[in-house]
Design a protein around this ligand. Structure first.
Ligand SMILES: [Zn+2]
Length: 83
């Protein structure tokens, strides 16, 4: 049973966790990163960086549409010359 699915903060690989407990080591098979579970955070052994589990959680139901909105306002300067 998969209890949590996260994305590796290093390579983005999807890691399915069948368990999660304090001090547990999560190994990314793709890049070899080791994450240690600490409360609701994950500590990356290599870099000592701490990631919140929520920020790495991969929710499949949640379709994240990456809308690349390049707003064209950039070219649409409003020159309000008040003379
Ligand atoms: Zn990885």
């Amino acid at each position: 049973m998969v209890v949590k699915v996260i994305r590796c903060p290093s390579c983005g690989e999807v890691l399915e966790l069948t368990d999660m407990f304090e001090g547990m080591e999560i190994h990314c098979e793709l890049c070899g990163l080791v994450l240690i579970v600490k409360d609701d955070e994950l500590l990356a052994l290599d870099t000592n960086e701490v990631y919140s589990i929520d920020s790495l959680a991969f929710e499949e139901e949640e379709e994240e549409e990456e809308l690349e909105e390049f707003e064209e306002d950039y070219y649409d300067y409003d020159y309000d010359y008040e003379e």
